[in-house]
Ligand binder design. Structure first.
Ligand SMILES: [Zn+2]
Length: 406
């Protein structure tokens, strides 16, 4: 081994130890130096050295003393959560949400901006940059403390290059999000598909904290999935793993925007809910949704249908039951393919709670191939509308706390 290679591998080992120790303090803290050594199987002098360096950076701090197991009471270490900040961005079809978080993904400040219509590449990047500048100014964020910007966006994203390959809602291709933002803000930037971002957020800060494998389904107007496999986002060969919205569920089903028939998202999700209700109203169904339709047809969406279902409207209830059953069928295919122990349902439609989850669970229980599949844990995301921004911030946090963990 020549000198520079030796230095290189030494540096790598050092940074791996640093990440391992930092992540142990994050997940187990408050924790003593001795317990870190036990957990990580590193030698006490290595732990002491790295902890000393981390203390100097201010990323961790010494907290109260712990319980003595005989002898001196140990000094406990915790992550200094407010010591750094991350910016998380959720580029939705109609809105851009931007948040400032601490190292524990707690949201300290939030701004929401409307997307310009029509969305062009130039306008998208301009709105994105303006929104981030506005957040930094309004929140009074300390620029010295900012460690990066994470971006979650709909469509297909090449996360290695940080390029939005295809955003179908705006028909935009090859938008260099990472490059543009790094040049503007001089900070590391990571970009990823929104469903994958949501899945990462759930793994670190939501329902998936205790599992290394999970599937997260983002049910908004369309449907996408993020798959976490052995703690990593599974991206597939060409970044499109999880694009389940166009998985064919019914070959004789309705025509999809992609040109095929019976795609998952023509039968379930926000658009399908709306289409189902509008079709039934056209056929003469009696429903309180007709009042909305007369006033403002555009206002009929998942939320209004949910409001009407809560009031006991038969058509609204039926729409959730039908589209929920199709969500169950699509999910069942995923369960048989991936066999995860946990499924998290997020996105706007998931906020209908049991109205959408009950038919899903019913289908899985009825049609699962084994008792284990039938009993797969299916839960609603608790991160709510912040799921994607928290996940976006996690793209940066995962890089800080663990090597190769995103
Ligand atoms: Zn399709």
């Amino acid at each position: 081994m020549i000198g520079s290679e030796m230095t290189g591998s030494f540096q790598l080992m050092k940074s791996m130890n640093r990440a391992l120790i930092l992540n142990t303090i994050r997940s187990e803290g408050p924790i003593s130096r001795a317990d870190i050594a036990k957990r990580t199987k590193l030698t006490p002098p290595t732990v002491t050295n790295v902890v000393g360096e981390l203390l100097k950076t201010g990323l961790i701090k010494e907290s109260d003393t712990g319980v003595s197991k005989g002898g001196r009471r140990p000094i406990m270490l915790t992550v200094n959560w407010p010591s750094r900040n991350v910016i998380g961005v959720d580029i939705g079809v109609n809105k851009i949400r931007v948040v400032l978080t601490d190292l524990n993904a707690n949201i300290l400040y939030k701004t929401v901006a409307k997307m310009p219509v029509p969305v062009t590449e130039e306008k998208l990047l301009e709105t994105l940059k303006k929104s981030i500048h506005r957040l930094v100014t309004q929140s009074g964020a300390d620029k010295e403390k900012l460690i990066g910007i994470g971006v979650g966006m709909h469509g297909m994203v090449d996360s290695e290059r940080g390029v939005s390959l295809y955003a179908p809602s705006w028909n935009l291709k090859n938008v260099a999000v990472k490059e543009e933002l790094e040049r503007e803000f001089l900070l590391p930037v990571k970009a990823e598909n929104d469903a994958k971002t949501l899945a990462l957020g759930e793994r670190w800060f939501g329902q998936g904290k205790d599992t290394e494998n999970l599937v997260c389904i983002n049910v908004g107007m369309g449907i996408g999935a993020g798959i976490i496999l052995n703690n990593h986002i599974y991206r597939g060969n060409d970044h499109i793993a999880g694009e389940i919205g166009h998985m064919v569920i019914d070959v004789d089903g309705p025509k999809c925007s992609c040109g095929n028939y019976g795609c998952f998202q023509t039968l379930s999700g926000g658009s399908a809910l709306r289409d189902y209700v509008l079709k039934e109203i056209a056929l003469g169904r009696d429903t309180i949704l007709s009042d909305w339709l007369e006033k403002n047809p555009e206002s009929i969406d998942g939320k209004t249908i949910y409001e009407c279902a809560k009031k006991g409207d038969a058509l609204a209830l039926e729409a959730f039951s039908k589209t929920g059953s199709f969500l169950g069928i699509g999910l069942l295919n995923l369960l048989h393919l991936m066999n995860p122990p946990l499924v998290v349902i997020g996105g706007g439609v998931s906020r209908a709670g049991d109205l959408i989850l009950s038919p899903v669970r019913k289908i899985v229980k009825l049609r699962g191939l084994t008792e284990t599949v039938k009993a797969t844990k299916i839960v609603e995301s608790k991160l709510g509308e912040n799921g994607t921004v928290i996940g976006a911030a996690t793209l940066i946090l995962a890089d800080l706390f663990a090597l190769n963990n995103s």
